[in-house]
Design a protein around this ligand. Structure first.
Ligand SMILES: Nc1ncnc2c1ncn2[C@@H]1O[C@H](COP(=O)(O)OP(=O)(O)O)[C@@H](O)[C@H]1O
Ligand SMILES: [Mg+2]
Length: 281
């Protein structure tokens, strides 16, 4: 179950040009309990890759299997049910809000999947609660709230469909540091309490290091690393991945070189502080 990529390539075809955006990708993603970060330079194929996870794109060659449905499907086969199992939140999802009220916007997905008004409302309320949208805002226009709240409403709209896998394309982009942390804590809560698999594209290595368990690195359309974060930051070819080290690792490397403090990797600011306090006690 979950998602399997087998030798997947995707080529964008223009009128005069072709572009190989991802090449020969092999991946397995569990239907529950994973927290995966996808990283890599701009244009490395991250967004193209994740759009295969709910059939927004289909492979040019190779196959993607999503909860036992194999893509590409014969023409006209219905694949809508995949969009319910794998919820994809685009970059800047707030631009996709369109209903008159917040609650209607969140209910749109479940209603589209033929839920009754009552069921859709119930799911929408649960989702709104998960993302911290209070009941007092339900009847407001989604265009009259702050940018951060608009993005929460957009995420709730996906969560209301009760996907097993939540895929997020740069969800914290453009948020201030406080908003960023609140968003990440929200995804962590959804991951832990609901045991949902989270697949997150980000450029922020501090987020990767603090929250992800598994990391997929893309470079020039290829998956060049797929493994635990603990392995990634110690990888002998790390420099070839065009990535930056997370702040706690950078600080520890520096302290190791300048003060001889033993290099024991720490993955969050909090853990780094604990480690240094224990060291100086
Ligand atoms: N619709 C499209 N048509 C043609 N080329 C595209 C299209 N979308 C993306 N590309 C190209 O494919 C490559 C990978 O893009 P993308 O998957 O968006 O990378 P990333 O998300 O890692 O920045 C880039 O070179 C991009 O210019
Ligand atoms: Mg992208």
């Amino acid at each position: 179950m979950g998602i399997q990529f087998k030798n997947v390539s995707h080529t964008y075809k223009g009128i005069q040009s072709k572009y190989d955006a991802i090449m020969d990708v092999n991946l397995n993603i569990d239907g529950k309990g994973e927290f995966i970060a996808i990283v890599g330079h701009t244009g490395s194929g991250k967004s193209t890759l994740v759009q295969h996870m709910n059939a927004l794109l289909v492979p040019t060659s190779g196959t993607v299997e999503v909860f036992n449905t194999v893509l590409p499907q014969p023409k006209k086969a219905k694949i809508n049910h995949l969009r319910q199992k794998v919820g994809l939140v685009f970059q800047f999802p707030e631009y996709q809000l369109f209903e008159e009220t917040i609650i209607k916007d969140i209910m749109f997905g479940p209603k589209n999947f033929k839920d009754s008004e009552e069921d859709a409302l119930k799911k929408a309320k649960t989702a709104a609660n998960l993302v911290g949208i209070p009941e007092s805002l339900y009847e407001q226009s989604p265009f009259r709230i702050s940018g951060g709240q608009m993005r929460r409403v957009a995420v709730a709209g996906i969560l209301a469909m009760e996907p097993k896998i939540l895929v997020l394309d740069e969800p914290t982009r453009g948020l201030d540091p406080k908003g960023r942390n609140e968003f990440m804590d929200m995804f962590k809560k959804i991951h832990e309490e609901e045991n949902k698999t989270i697949v997150l594209i980000t450029h922020d290595m501090d987020i990767v290091s603090e929250y992800a368990k598994r990391i997929i690195v893309m470079k020039d359309g290829y998956v060049v690393f797929d493994g635990k974060k603990e392995e990634l930051f110690e990888h002998p070819n790390f420099i070839d991945f065009y990535l930056d080290f997370p702040t706690p690792i950078k600080i520890l490397k520096h302290l190791n070189q300048t003060l001889g403090i033993p290099y024991v990797p720490q993955y969050s600011e909090r853990d780094l502080i604990k480690y240094l306090e224990a060291f100086y006690e």
